[in-house]
Design a binder for this molecule. Sequence first.
Ligand code: NAP
Length: 306
Amino acid sequence: MPVVYGRVALIGLGLIASSMSHAMRAWGLAGEIVGHARTEETRRIAAEIGLCDRVFETAAEAVQGADLVVLCVPVGAMASVAEEIAPHLKPGATVTDVGSVKQAVIDAVAPHIPEGVHFIPGHPLAGTEHSGPRSGFATLFRNRWCLLVPSEGVPAEAVARLRSLWEGMGANVEEMDAAHHDLVLAVTSHTPHLIAYTMVGVADDLRRVTDSEVIKYSAAGFRDFTRIAASDPTMWRDVFLTNKDATLEILGRFTEELFALQRAIRRGDGDHLHAYFTRTRAIRRGIIEAGQDTDAPDFGRMKASR
Ligand code: NAP
């Protein structure tokens, strides 16, 4: 595949950045990949495993001369990183991000972007519960969606170029506005994570009562929750702090549904429960048919996606 960007700077070297680096290398999409991470430890690991061609101590140094800068830090860290790199961006460069929330990232980053630099927020809908520079793999984005939220006035060629990078890494790309993105993600990702965190928390409380039975007899449903609830605490704290309105809206609806199911159980209303579960089963089938998951009992993530 032809090189899409001469030099790409990855700011933050965790799961998403390391997967991008492996994917760009695998398909020859970048001339040079440089990077920066906050801690000495992550920079040392990145250098040791050859994640980037060069690893810099500061984000300011890393972005100099880069054609594409990708902000791969938690959403709450975007503003300070943007402020630091702003004076060092090359005219004509594109700045994008991979944050899980879009409006908050736009509010945090856009004010710092200088004239002549294109800001195109993005979000690959791909991840695992693992984090850090060793956790990435080249096929993470294959057949996953990447949503782009181009700011007004950004040249179409700049958007097309970023789109071809993501497509080169195997993703399907779609454009969306920020408010819509944040609502859709509150339904499909953010609220489900909160529910998983809650369920595992409840089971942990129960464990103190039943000793180790929760772990010993943990069935597939609970195990799947624990996988989701093992996701990075910093990233998810920031998601809920920054996608507050949409998450609270969906949680409100969730609570109403939960009460309705609770009432059906109390009243012994089997028809209600059966009809509800039949409807939800069809949604699962739709996701598998759309190629967004496999039928494997572990969700097929590790086996199918690597
Ligand atoms: P990760 O594996 O935890 O890595 C985060 C990276 O950001 C680390 O290199 C960390 O550096 C750096 N960092 C943290 N705080 C920083 C700060 N204040 N200043 C500078 N660098 C900082 O995270 P990830 O999963 O790749 O997530 C990165 C972004 O992608 C987040 O915005 C997240 O919302 C988004 N995202 C995640 C997923 C997912 O499933 N994980 C999916 C889609 C999008 P140190 O290691 O040196 O601390």
